[in-house]
Ligand binder design. Structure first.
Ligand SMILES: Cc1cc2nc3c(=O)[nH]c(=O)nc-3n(C[C@H](O)[C@H](O)[C@H](O)COP(=O)(O)OP(=O)(O)OC[C@H]3O[C@@H](n4cnc5c(N)ncnc54)[C@H](O)[C@@H]3O)c2cc1C
Length: 256
């Protein structure tokens, strides 16, 4: 883990209210794995850092895909190319690809695509096949496929039917689970609940790795603000996660 002052290479709105930021941070990028995150100082004054998944890495830097939510992310949208950004990372326990896995199924709800892009990047680099089920409320909320690594097979759903199939991304999941060796998901809790129901209906013993975006203070395991009760006892999302096996989570205990 490193704390660096990273120069912003670009910070562009890629979907309404959603920005893709590239920062020059080769040390963090070299250490990072998919599902890990960085804590970003979002303000000039004394301010809590905000956690963001690493969306992808290059030799010289990393990308963050973020939604404009409140004070911190508003400040971030105003940081222009050439400005410095205080980053701490990589942090947390990320996604794991079994060496024997050939086919990965990725399920993304809205901005939840953020950590899955990096996972797809790593999997393609290891010559695995990647199918991404990409869902959003409307076509405008779909992550542009031009930013996805080449070779990812993408299947799109929108809740209002404004692009491709109408419905939730979890509706089409049963059509793809058989061919998947491993399944990964990131999105709202409601999506995880729908996925869990679908898998139960299919009576499949599939493990699904999910990334939990719980509110957190320090990101370092010191403040315990992101503690959750799991089937295996208390866990800190920032250190034990943010990636967990879906079966381990007691969803009633998860408060985002
Ligand atoms: C491991 C992890 C990875 C994340 N990855 C991404 C990502 O890739 N892209 C993205 O857009 N967002 C991501 N988030 C959520 C992101 O951290 C919040 O949207 C952001 O902190 C909001 O800050 P704000 O000051 O603009 O909002 P405010 O609402 O003003 O924030 C108030 C406080 O609540 C916290 N907070 C608010 N919403 C969330 C949330 N959903 N999760 C955690 N803390 C929150 C902030 O840290 C802050 O301290 C991630 C969260 C976690 C825990």
């Amino acid at each position: 883990m490193k704390q660096v002052s990273a120069k912003i290479i670009s910070n562009t709105e890629v979907m309404p209210g959603c920005y893709l930021l590239c920062a020059e941070a080769p040390d963090i990028a070299a250490m990072a794995g998919p599902g890990q995150f960085v804590m970003v100082k979002c303000g000039d004054k004394l301010t809590l850092r905000r956690p963001f998944s690493i969306t992808s890495v290059t030799n010289s830097g990393l990308y963050i895909l973020y939604s404009l939510i409140g004070k911190g992310t508003l400040w971030l949208t105003q940081r222009r190319k050439g400005k410095e950004l205080d980053l701490l990372g990589p942090l947390g326990n990320g996604f794991y690809i079994e060496p024997a896995t050939k086919n990965l199924l990725l399920v993304a709800g809205g901005i939840g695509v953020a950590p899955l892009v990096f996972l797809a990047q790593q999997a393609i680099g290891r010559e695995k096949s990647v199918t991404l089920l990409l869902g959003a409320r409307t076509a405008a909320g779909l992550y542009p496929t031009k930013f996805l690594p080449a070779g990812v097979q993408t299947v799109v759903t929108t809740e209002d039917g404004s692009r491709s199939r109408k419905g939730m991304v979890s509706d089409i999941l049963p059509d793809y689970t058989d061919q998947a060796d491993q399944i990964y998901a990131c999105g709202p809790v409601a999506m995880y609940q729908a996925i869990a129901e679908q898998i139960q209906k299919q009576k499949k013993e599939k493990s699904i790795q999910v990334s939990l975006e719980i509110r957190m203070g320090c990101g370092l395991g010191a403040c315990y603000s992101c503690s959750i009760k799991t089937k295996n006892g208390m866990k800190q999302v920032c250190q034990d996660g943010p990636v967990f096996d879906m079966n381990e989570i007691i969803w009633q205990e998860v408060k985002i």
